[in-house]
Design a protein around this ligand. Structure first.
Ligand SMILES: C[S@@+](CC[C@H](N)C(=O)[O-])C[C@H]1O[C@@H](n2cnc3c(N)ncnc32)[C@H](O)[C@@H]1O
Length: 241
């Protein structure tokens, strides 16, 4: 990926990049986060607190880790729809859904986060983990999440952040901006996907700016909290609660 400017081509480039790294995506997630990625997703699902009989949507589901984490807690009674615009990422996700015997709870489909193919007010909760940073139009994505959420439903968004502690921040920056892209390049055999990761995080809105984007979409009681020294931030918003 040459540029991070959100050109008309941006979504197509992101889609093709995730398509290319899909086979190594889970392995690299675990390796590059030293296993913390699983903890972050568990925290997101804890905050969502999915209920029996509920219908949930995981936007930019990728290889379906959040959907699986949700469904594992209540496999018989929960429905989780996962949507993503990368076919190869979804294929990896479908394999994991089958391995975990969760086919009766999790349904994965192709689609764009900026144009969700669901009716208004159709989900009790919506999640999006490490997805919205890659949208060509984050505001449109948030507007769509708000539209498909039922009243009193919650949206949970997990996204990378810049650590606030300057000492930790400068050590982390060395890792995130220099070491991680090299390891990512070697293992994924993709030239730019793991350069794109720190670049896209550096261009993502600050916590409070993103909170304002969520509020502009209509979410109320929007809060956020940092995880793992502020490497990642967990955002919560409510609809008409
Ligand atoms: C970093 S991965 C995150 C996957 C998963 N949520 C996780 O926690 O591992 C980002 C995913 O977002 C998807 N994505 C990015 N932009 C999208 C968009 N506009 N619509 C749908 N999916 C999108 C990519 O295809 C990719 O699978």
């Amino acid at each position: 990926m040459q540029s991070l400017e959100k050109s008309p081509d941006f979504s197509r480039q992101v889609q093709s990049m995730f398509g290319a790294v899909a086979p190594k995506y889970d392995f690299l997630n675990g390796l590059l986060s030293a296993g913390r990625d699983r903890y972050w997703r568990k925290k997101a699902v804890n905050l969502l607190a999915p209920k029996s009989g509920g219908r949930y949507l995981d936007v930019a589901t990728g290889t379906a880790d959040i959907a699986i984490e949700m469904a594992r807690r209540n496999p018989a009674e929960l429905t989780v729809m996962g949507i993503d615009f990368s076919g190869p990422m979804l294929e990896m996700g479908k394999r994991k859904v089958r391995t975990n015997h969760l086919e009766s709870s999790i349904f994965l489909q192709m689609g764009s986060g900026e144009h969700l193919p669901f009716a208004d007010n159709s989900f009790h909760g919506v999640t999006c983990a490490f997805g919205i940073r890659n949208f060509s139009d984050a505001q449109a994505g948030l507007n769509e999440m708000f539209r498909v959420l039922k009243d009193k439903g919650k949206v949970i968004i997990l996204e990378f952040s810049q650590p606030t502690n300057p000492v930790f921040g400068s050590m982390y920056s060395l890792y995130f901006n220099f070491l991680l892209p090299q390891v990512g390049r070697k293992i994924s055999r993709h030239n730019s996907a793991y350069d794109y990761l720190p670049e896209s995080v550096s261009k993502f809105p600050t916590r409070t700016d993103f909170q304002h984007l969520m509020e502009s979409a209509g979410f109320t009681s929007v809060t956020f909290r940092d995880l793992t020294f502020g490497i990642v931030t967990l955002y919560l918003g409510c609809k008409n609660a």
